[in-house]
Design a protein around this ligand. Structure first.
Ligand SMILES: [Fe+2]
Length: 365
């Protein structure tokens, strides 16, 4: 993510906002309440649909339209909000130019907030207690870095420096550290940076790390074998339906991603967990509720959803699927779904913040 991408991003938003305003001017001159009411509903729904397709659908067309869909989503959503303003605040009805100004100001604020929000990474602390824990453990969970389409490498470097200064016992990489837009040298670069932290680090695959959808963007930029080599050469251990015993009281279970279908072990095929250990399962996707319940890990850490990334997707998703963002309890398992340390492709985030998690496990009372 460098200057040219920011220029493309802001130019896309400015161009789409200008076209949207000019197209609507004749309609707004009619100054009819029904025009503002229907405008609010139609533009709001179209904005949410575009956000949904931009985030939730792997699609060649959407992936090749660059920043345009998200710029259109932002401009439409803010314009719908300005229509709502007209319906609620009488003085705004006095002129189409006043409405246009409100819409442009709202769009500018929304874009600035989302763009700055994407560049701020902060830690989030969570403490879990259990009788199985004999002495305190403190580690970092980091998911969905998508290096480095939407954040500048400097932002990532700063966060990694803070993580190292925190001296965690180990780091869990929760998948989608790279994606289909990551060049081979960028992929090697991020694992060199992670390996150079000098902290024991474990990796699980997400749905994008192996560039399985690379054909949408003209082909994969590295092979799964090159990825595996880069991870291992930097001292990072891959856990793919495997367990790692951290200590007498703590075991990590890393899962293959669910997108790999039959390549992922069923619960009965998973390695046996030592009796009495506290089990942290790391699975990129948080949706496999039946598996989570039957596996019976003490804690599961997941990512993948980015908390929706684009407002109001977090709330839209909640109508259809569970486990979007935050804390859940499924049977005996505590599930935490991270918002992710970055987000998908565009330099813009209006749902939640960019977080990595500092997880503390403490002996029960
Ligand atoms: Fe993902």
């Amino acid at each position: 993510m460098d200057l040219i991408h920011y220029i493309a991003w802001f130019t896309s938003v400015a161009a789409i906002t200008a076209v949207l305003q000019l197209v609507q001017l004749p309609l707004r001159r009619k100054n009819k309440i029904w025009i503002y009411a229907s405008g609010f509903v139609i533009k709001g729904l179209v904005a949410v649909a575009i956000a949904y397709f931009s985030m939730a659908i792997c699609n060649k067309l959407m992936w090749n339209l660059g920043y345009l869909p998200v710029a259109l989503y932002a401009a439409l959503l803010c314009d719908a909000a300005s229509d709502l303003g007209v319906l609620l605040i009488a003085p705004l009805r006095k002129g189409p130019k006043r409405v246009m100004l409100v819409s442009v100001i709202l769009t500018a604020i929304f874009i600035l907030y989302g763009t700055v929000n994407m560049q701020i990474i902060s830690p989030k602390e969570h403490t879990y207690t259990s009788d199985k824990i004999q002495s305190t453990h403190r580690f970092v969970f980091l998911s969905d870095l998508h290096y480095c389409a939407s954040q500048s490498p400097r932002t990532v470097d700063k966060a990694l420096k803070e993580i190292a200064a925190n001296k965690p016992e180990f780091i869990l990489l929760g998948g989608d550290i790279t994606d289909e837009r990551t060049e081979a040298d960028e992929m090697r670069e991020i694992y060199e940076k992670l390996g150079a932290l000098g902290i024991p680090t474990y990796f699980i695959y997400g749905n994008h790390d192996r560039q399985d959808y690379g054909d949408y963007l003209g082909g994969a930029k590295y092979t799964p074998e090159e990825l595996e080599r880069a991870i291992k050469d930097n001292g990072i251990k891959i856990l793919c339906d495997e367990i790692e015993t951290i200590s007498d009281d703590l075991v990590i279970l890393g899962r293959e991603d669910v997108s790999k279908g039959d390549m992922r072990c069923s619960v009965s095929e998973l390695p046996k967990i030592p009796d009495g250990s506290y089990v942290v399962c790391v699975d990129h996707s948080p949706y496999q509720e039946e598996e989570i319940r039957s596996m019976g890990a003490d804690l599961q850490l997941s990512g993948h959803v980015h908390a929706g990334q684009l407002f109001p997707l977090q709330y839209v998703y909640r109508f259809g699927v569970n486990n979007i963002y935050g804390d859940y309890r499924l049977g005996d398992t505590e599930l935490y779904v991270s918002s992710g340390i970055t987000g998908w492709y565009f330099p813009f985030r209006t749902e939640a913040h960019c977080n990595y998690e500092i997880i503390k496990l403490e002996p029960g009372l």
